[in-house]
Design a protein around this ligand. Structure first.
Ligand code: TXA
Ligand code: MG
Length: 349
């Protein structure tokens, strides 16, 4: 494993891509201070170049190399939640290349909690840490643009194959969905705005900064025809190729019967015990609480996507705030699902 870190650091220094585990999802890393290296991330993912990337740091002590005018709330949040699944959007320091900020005056930063990610970041820092010694590794989720995020090293190989020089294998990710993103970059005051819900909830943030963050605005309004500030704010995202349909648990018996009678092949993603259903062709039963559900969600969706079904049926999840981050990913996956397939599923047939 030691050799692997040395190899990973050498590749990053040489401007190559290295995928690594974080506690949320696997990241596709490059030297964040090297625009040519960052360009390789966009090429490998097929991601538009105006989407900003998150810069991963070895510790909060590196924050002021990347950001300026850092408000007190940012230091408080870093102290409370780093290493951990919280990304802060701050005003970028002058050295930060526009390649990594998607041309914006802000930069997204976080210190990940996975031991391998931290070990990699620290080894990188000891080796002077890339161009200008800034010690940041830019890493979006290691999937092709718009597709399901990888929560296992095998998923990264499936998604990116030879496009990535090295994949560090840290086993399955424990959080399973991407970090919470909070915008602290605006001069027009408090409270900061939540850009993407995640494992760190607005309620926990409020305990630290003394005020509830403003919640995300509807995606159309947020983007307003401009490049998206958060690519997860595009409606279609995290999506399987198989069409997906979310239905309330109570409606599932009738829906599945109808699908079976129509000769459809379907997979089911459920979280409650649902007795008396027509058996699906593939079933993934997820935990009936939000953290366990989030941990297993992307892998389950990926498996159902690969099972060769006409449709993935998903049992709708509870509307409570604790499920908000999962609900966000589920809605976007359903919205983007089936887009690359010509299959039209007409449920009346
Ligand atoms: O959990 C995570 O955050 C994972 C792991 C690998 O750390 N990374 C991740 O990266 O989800 P990505 O690129 O798939 O999503 C990061 C989001 C993007 O949608 C991007 O638009 C947003 O963070 N972001 C980055 N910098 C930003 C900025 N300056 N302003 C607004 N949004 C920003
Ligand atoms: Mg992503």
């Amino acid at each position: 494993m030691h050799d692997e870190f040395a190899q990973a650091v050498a590749l990053l220094q040489a401007g190559e891509l290295v995928a690594f585990p974080t506690e949320t999802v696997y990241g596709l890393g490059a030297d964040a201070a090297n625009p040519e290296a960052v360009a390789k991330i966009f090429a490998a993912k097929g991601r538009p170049a105006d989407h900003p990337l998150i810069v991963h740091l070895p510790g909060a002590g590196y924050l002021d190399r990347w950001a300026r005018d850092i408000p007190a709330a940012a230091w408080e949040l870093a102290e409370a939640f780093w290493p951990g699944p919280l990304t802060l959007i701050l005003k970028r320091a002058p050295e930060v290349p526009y390649a990594v900020t998607g041309g914006q005056e802000t930069v997204g930063v976080r210190v990940p909690a996975h031991p391998l990610a931290l070990e990699l970041l620290r080894a990188y820092a000891r080796a002077v840490g890339g161009r200008g010694g800034l010690c940041g590794i830019a890493a979006p989720s290691a999937n092709r643009f718009g597709r399901i995020s990888p929560t296992d090293a095998a998923h990264v190989h499936e998604e990116l194959g030879a496009a990535v020089a090295l994949v560090l294998d840290g086993g399955p990710c424990v959080v399973g969905i991407e970090s919470t993103i909070i915008d602290l970059s605006r001069d027009d005051g408090f409270p900061p705005r939540l850009l993407r819900p995640g494992h760190i909830t607005p309620e926990r943030i409020a305990v630290v900064i003394g005020v509830m963050p403003a919640l995300p605005v509807a995606s159309q309004d947020a983007n307003d025809g401009n490049p998206p500030r958060v690519s997860g704010s595009l409606d279609a995202h995290y999506a399987p190729l198989t069409p997906m349909r979310v239905a309330p648990g109570a409606g599932l018996p009738a829906l599945l019967r109808e699908l079976r009678e129509g000769g459809k092949c379907f997979g089911l993603l459920a979280h409650s015990r649902l007795p008396g259903l027509v058996p699906p062709h593939a079933l993934r039963q997820l935990p009936d609480e939000p953290e366990g559900y989030a941990r297993a969600f992307y892998a389950a969706l990926r498996e159902l996507d690969q099972a060769g079904n006409d449709l993935i049926v998903v049992e709708d999840i509870p509307g409570e705030p604790a499920w908000a981050a999962v609900a966000d990913r589920l809605r976007r996956a359903a919205c983007g699902s089936g887009q690359l397939r010509n299959t039209i599923v007409d449920l009346r047939n």
